[in-house]
Design a protein. Structure first.
Length: 113
């Protein structure tokens, strides 16, 4: 698990920003040029490039350059470590809540309520 902590930290950091999440949402449909991604954000191009660098460092997007046009595409499988981590923690908490429910039910039966 320790091996993936850095990966998870990068992923959660990348996903923590609403601008980066909106970029990922936009890229979920189809790859897009950086200038097309920058337009709706209202941010300057260097700021958008920094957001894209964070997404690329986390492995959530890839980019390629064709002449003067840089195109970005989403990498859906990059979210697999997050999904695995969340599923593991969901299972832990569901088991804890099931034990709590059983305990409360047992106490209520013992008290006749």
């Amino acid at each position: 698990m320790a091996k993936h902590d850095r990966d998870l930290s990068l992923l959660f950091h990348a996903l923590a920003d609403p601008t980066r999440r909106s970029i990922l949402t936009r890229l979920a449909g189809t790859p897009a040029a950086v200038t097309d991604l920058a337009g709706p954000t209202g941010l300057r191009l260097p700021t958008v490039m920094r957001h894209l660098a964070v997404l690329e460092e986390a492995g959530l997007i890839t980019s390629s350059k064709d002449g003067r046009i840089r195109t970005c595409a989403v990498v859906p499988q990059a979210l697999d470590p997050v999904r695995t981590w969340l599923d593991e923690h969901r299972a832990i908490w569901e088991a804890r809540l099931d034990r709590l429910d059983a305990f409360v039910t047992n106490v209520m039966k013992e008290n006749g309520t």
